[in-house]
Design a protein around this ligand. Structure first.
Ligand code: SF4
Length: 494
């Protein structure tokens, strides 16, 4: 039998591939308990590999009965196995909290015995933390596909955020790589969470929003139809699977506040299956629309398996692609873009060299230049270099006086990007012509200089601080920043 420390090592290591755990923006009131979750989200820092480290990020167990090809914890993988007892993990969490190591808990799990068996143990652990140890801090609980609605509801009453991983961008890939995970078992808990949150917010239309929604854009829709009139959301008289009564809701706190106040998120693995970025972005869009996801996280596939169905173990994780997908996700959530605008049939993959907003602008160059003093807020948000805050400032400022180029920097516009796409009072400062090739080369050159990537043939001594590998891989295959597509010099250094 492993010690708690050994279990901690095994189960913290097993959880590092799950990225859906950034802090949430939840405001949990401190009612005399220990810990709190500030409205701006819990404080967190990031480890060298970009993962969140201020939460205790851990698996409840890695003894999995499933055999998902892409997973380090799959049944057939030769790894050390361990499981916590609910009390053991609750005590560990509270001890870590008291020592100021962590501010919250991100609790995921493999499937031990069955989804309900595992989820019940997760529920017991969180309940101990909340009720016995009085922990009021942030808890993000992973929901296992196939869990019964009653247990899910009870976990939702205890946790701040829930997440059910969609895992792969299409149903076909899920069937191939994780045949024990059925789409309907993934979408049913997502649906229940959304429905409960929607009912609690008393929004109109709850219960009808799931009809005819296709999450996997190329899939069969039937598994999304509700099976009954309503999914049971449980009440104070529920019993668990063993017949024990489940805890009644605490008195003095409204139910409205308590069900997963930070909403739900999901995670999609990128690069384990052959889908295009277009399919991935479309699936994300459907998840946001249908399930009101707070975030869809992307996780670049790290090879952990020799399966012939997956990239070889020597394949580098597609981190640049993951980064561009997050930028595309930003466009979906904050800039009013649709998936079909970001990528279309002719352009199914994101450009790894340029951010998706610039790529869209270059493909739609006929819409530019836009006159900054005239175009609508929606149009302002389409201009590269103009963010959500600066777009609002422009709208406010131009009511008072016409905006000139010199004002843009103070407003917060990234002028070196925006200048190719705008006019101010009819004046264009983007160069001799508004040509996509020319603009692209200028952008790439600026990017190289920003990254301090100097051209190889410039006879410049590389220092420790010149990155030798970046999104293009190595110095040898990066684009020459000072030449355009025709080999002409486009910028000078200085
Ligand atoms: S269910 Fe699949 S993804 Fe989850 S731990 Fe088990 S093998 Fe891994």
């Amino acid at each position: 039998m492993e010690s708690t420390l050994e279990k901690l090592k095994i189960l913290a290591d097993g959880a590092k591939y799950d990225v859906s755990c950034s802090s949430s923006g939840v405001g949990r009131r401190n009612t005399g308990k220990i810990g709190s979750s500030a409205a701006a989200g819990i404080c967190h820092s990031w480890s060298a590999d970009g993962r969140c480290i201020s939460l205790l990020k851990i698996l409840f167990t890695n003894k999995c009965v499933y055999d998902c090809e892409y997973c380090v914890n799959r049944r057939t993988a030769d790894v050390a196995r361990a499981s916590f007892e609910p009390k053991e993990l609750a005590r560990l969490t509270i001890e870590f909290y008291r020592r100021n190591y962590i501010e919250g808990l991100f609790l995921s799990s493999a499937v031990e015995v069955s989804p309900d068996y595992t989820a019940e143990r997760i529920m017991s652990c969180i309940r101990l933390l909340r009720n016995e140890y009085g922990f009021g801090g942030y808890i993000h609980a992973k929901i296992i596909p196939g869990v019964s609605p009653e247990i899910l509801h009870q976990i939702g009453l205890l946790a701040d955020r829930l997440s059910v991983n969609i895992e792969l961008p299409t149903k076909e890939s899920l069937n191939l790589l994780a045949p024990q995970k059925k789409p309907k078992n993934i979408f049913a808990p997502m649906k229940q969470i959304t429905q409960t949150l929607t009912e609690r917010k008393q929004l109109k239309g709850a219960g009808t929003m799931f009809k005819n929604q296709d999450i996997y854009s190329a899939g069969n829709l039937s598994y999304l139809e509700p099976e009954g009139e309503n999914i049971s959301t449980g009440d104070g008289s529920l019993v668990d699977l063993t017949g024990r009564p489940l805890a009644a809701p605490e008195k003095g706190r409204s139910r409205k506040e308590r069900f997963a106040p930070a909403g739900q998120t999901t995670q999609m693995i990128i690069g384990a299956s052959p889908e295009s970025d277009r399919q991935i972005v479309k699936t994300s869009e459907n998840l946001y629309r249908t399930f009101k996801m707070k975030r869809v996280y992307f996780s670049a596939y790290i090879p952990v398996s020799n399966s012939p169905l997956l990239p070889t173990p020597f394949t580098a994780p597609p981190l640049a692609r993951e980064h561009r997908l997050y930028q595309a996700d930003w466009l979906l959530r904050f800039y009013g873009f649709t998936a079909d605008e970001i990528l279309d049939e002719k352009t199914p993959f994101l450009d790894l060299e340029l951010d998706p907003k610039i790529s869209w602008a270059l493909r739609n160059i006929d819409k530019f230049p836009m006159e900054i003093n005239k175009v609508s807020l929606d149009e302002l948000l389409r201009i590269p270099g103009v963010g959500t805050t600066s777009a609002l400032r422009i709208v406010r400022q131009r009511r008072l006086s016409a905006i000139q180029f010199d004002d843009l920097k103070k407003i917060g516009v990234v002028v070196k990007r925006a200048r190719y796409f705008i006019t101010c009072c009819g004046k264009y400062c983007g160069g001799p012509d508004i040509a996509p090739d020319y603009i692209k080369n200028e952008m790439l050159a600026a990017e190289c200089i920003r990254n301090r990537l100097l051209p190889i043939d410039d006879n410049v001594q590389l220092s420790m601080f010149n990155p030798v590998a970046n999104q293009w891989g190595t110095v040898a295959n990066r684009p020459d920043p000072i030449r355009n597509l025709h080999g002409q010099r486009t910028v000078s250094h200085g």
